[in-house]
Design a protein around this ligand. Structure first.
Ligand code: NAD
Length: 430
């Protein structure tokens, strides 16, 4: 694949799929169906701004596949949102739900907007307009959105309310990631980072590594990274020696290191809502502040990219220390194809993104189940169920990797694609 195509996320999603479809000898009709989304919606969103003018935004919803259950996936509000990004993310959601073995398909939505430029009222009107435009194609049995980049639990609350008004009944299960007390589930904030570490624990068991005292280096200090750091320390008895994050004022990234181990609770207390750590306060507390890319080069047992996509490239992959045994992809798409080849050759055990970070969508599924029952579980129960789901997803992928002598990423694709193909055949689509 040419370099510019690697940068197009949908081309990347299709290339990853094609590679495994070829290995599996997938029938051409199945291949054609799964390379493309089942349905795509693009719509206009006229919103009254605070100054009285009307501004027209563009929105998308893509349902990649719903053979295994209702489409599921977040809504992104981003200035650079494109249909291809939404298509790619919807495709990855299909594989993620299938590999996590939750009865849902893949979807994704978006709006081309920088939400930081909107007032609270404008955001609410945009959220309600998004639902007005697409509500007939959504629903707990059709397609269930959730928050993603640029959207928040509060926005999900407004969207759920708008949908319920249109339907004339309370329908909390139409959307997940709602605030706790407004139909949300306990444990959702911790879920993705917690799930990342469950897969690391299972990988360590498989590799015969004792977890106590093992070290990790994490990129990012937002939602996923914060809870991955806490769980790595509390569940595994490990030490996180650094986290790296983007500094919005300096428009660059920094790594915050402490050889004896960072204190995630202290770092959380000096981190803003966008995941930027306060440099001055960290320095005063004895943290060493280094270049943002240094996290990748640390002598640690586990690397956890949990920030953004495309950070491990053909150019920097060789900088990964020989000590690293596990790469746990907390972020979506952190590793480019060229780097992936090198990781394979070096025998680094990769826990692929759509397995590693499936804790979030699994907890969203639990939220929907609780909404359906109108009965809510305590946090310990949610996390215990999540632990069990993540561990069994990991084991299924590992079993496939062993049986067919596959790289973990290919094995995860194989498990997911086979599961979706089976559902399509059982429903008589093929
Ligand atoms: P977030 O916005 O809460 O945090 C992102 C973090 O990454 C911030 O600390 C930010 O400073 C940092 N960052 C951004 N650019 C960086 C750079 N160039 N170098 C270093 N750090 C950088 O986001 P999040 O919810 O934690 O999501 C992180 C990743 O995990 C994304 O890829 C997201 O798609 C994926 N993911 C998130 C969830 C979830 O439940 N939140 C679920 C599945 C996957």
């Amino acid at each position: 694949m040419a370099k510019h195509e690697e940068m197009n996320p949908f081309k990347l999603a299709q290339a990853q799929f094609d590679q495994v479809a070829e290995q599996m000898g997938l029938e051409p009709a199945v291949r054609e169906m799964l390379r493309w989304p089942l349905r795509e919606f693009r719509f206009q969103l006229p919103v009254r701004m605070d100054d009285g003018s009307i501004k027209v935004f563009f929105g998308f919803r893509v349902q990649h596949n719903d053979a295994r259950g209702p489409a599921k996936g977040g809504i992104r509000f981003a200035a650079n949102e494109t249909l291809d990004t939404v298509r790619a993310l919807a495709t990855w959601m299909t594989w993620k739900c299938a590999v996590a073995d939750i009865p849902l398909g893949g979807g994704k939505g978006g709006v081309v907007v920088d939400p930081s430029m909107l007032s609270t009222g404008e955001k609410e009107r945009l959220c309600r307009e998004w639902i007005d435009a697409i509500w007939k194609n959504l629903g707990p049995r059709n397609d269930v959105p959730a928050p993603d980049v640029g959207t928040t639990p509060q926005m999900m609350g407004w969207m759920m309310d708008e949908y319920s008004k249109l339907r004339g009944e309370y329908v909390p299960g139409v959307i997940t990631g709602k605030p706790v007390g407004g139909g949300g589930s306990l444990g959702r904030t911790a879920a993705t980072g917690f799930g990342v570490v469950v897969t690391v624990r299972e990988a360590m068991k498989h590799l015969g590594i004792k977890s106590v005292g093992r070290t990790a280096s994490i990129q990012g200090f937002g939602n996923v990274a914060q809870y991955a750091a806490r769980t790595f320390i509390e569940m595994l008895g490990g030490r996180v020696i650094c986290v790296s994050c983007w500094d919005r004022d300096d428009r660059t990234s920094y790594t915050f290191s402490k050889e004896e181990g960072v204190d995630p609770y202290f770092l959380q207390s000096i981190t803003d809502q966008y995941g930027t750590v306060d440099k001055e306060k960290a320095q005063k507390a004895g943290y060493v502040i280094e270049d943002g890319d240094v996290w990748l080069t640390k002598d640690v047992d586990v690397l956890i990219p949990a920030a953004v996509e495309g950070v491990i490239t053909g150019d920097n992959v060789q900088q990964i220390s020989k000590q690293v045994k596990i790469l746990a992809e907390g972020a979506n798409g952190p590793t480019l194809l060229e780097a992936d080849k090198v990781l394979k050759e070096r025998g680094i055990f990769v826990i692929p993104d759509f397995l590693c970070n499936a804790g979030g969508v699994t907890c969203s599924y639990f939220e929907q189940v609780q909404n359906d029952m109108n009965y809510y579980w305590p946090e310990e129960e949610v996390l215990a169920k999540l632990d069990q789901k993540m561990a069994s997803a990991f084991k299924a992928v590992l079993a496939m990797a062993r049986e067919k002598h596959l790289y973990m990423r290919d094995a995860a694709y194989w498990v997911a694609i086979a599961s979706v193909e089976r559902a399509m055949r059982l429903r008589g689509w093929l």
